[in-house]
Design a protein around this ligand. Structure first.
Ligand SMILES: [Zn+2]
Ligand SMILES: [Zn+2]
Length: 173
């Protein structure tokens, strides 16, 4: 399966590498990069200083050339009825989006020896694996260690691992 990564706006090369490496590592996917695009300004909601995730997902899907595509942005995104989301995907869809904004800015976390940067990278890898998991038909998992568990806060993200639990893995293959 070929998955495209679409950087939306400026992004550190190291983050692009982590996104690619997480998908190769967990799913064994082949990865290609699309050129960096600007965030579509029509999706910007001035009153909230956030972008609309649904519209973003449509924009990303329209530019898909491979089996799946994932858009990654450093901007803050929201979904109807939620103050913010780390990402969005439709079950079994072809596109998904991940925002690293809150994964980086919300420094709240439990004590560990890891640096803020290491924690940020781990969170990003997990959310990327999570959203692509939805496009592969995986729903939320009740195992809070599983990467497919629902994680509305960064603390939930920190609790889970980068990997699919056995039950989720069996659903895939
Ligand atoms: Zn989810
Ligand atoms: Zn699971």
């Amino acid at each position: 399966m070929l998955v495209e990564i679409m950087p939306l706006g400026d992004m550190e090369a190291s983050i692009k590498r982590e996104v690619s490496s997480a998908l190769r590592h967990v799913y064994g996917m082949e990865i290609s990069f699309q050129e960096t695009r600007e965030m579509p300004q029509m999706l910007y909601e001035k009153s909230r200083s956030q972008y609309r995730a649904e519209g973003l997902l449509e924009f990303i899907a329209q530019n898909k050339k491979a089996d799946k595509i994932i858009g990654v942005t450093e901007e803050d995104i929201y979904y109807t009825g939620r103050n913010y989301v780390f990402g969005l995907a439709y079950l079994g869809g072809s596109a998904c989006v991940v925002s690293t904004y809150r994964l980086e800015k919300e420094i709240q976390r439990e004590f560990s020896d890891k640096t803020d940067k290491e924690v940020f990278i781990e969170r990003t890898r997990k959310e990327v694996v999570h959203e692509i998991g939805h496009t592969l038909g995986l729903e939320h998992c009740s195992n809070n260690r599983c990467v497919m568990s629902f994680s509305p806060t960064v603390l939930d993200v920190d609790k889970k691992e980068e990997y699919l639990c056995g039950a989720c893995r069996r659903e895939l293959y």
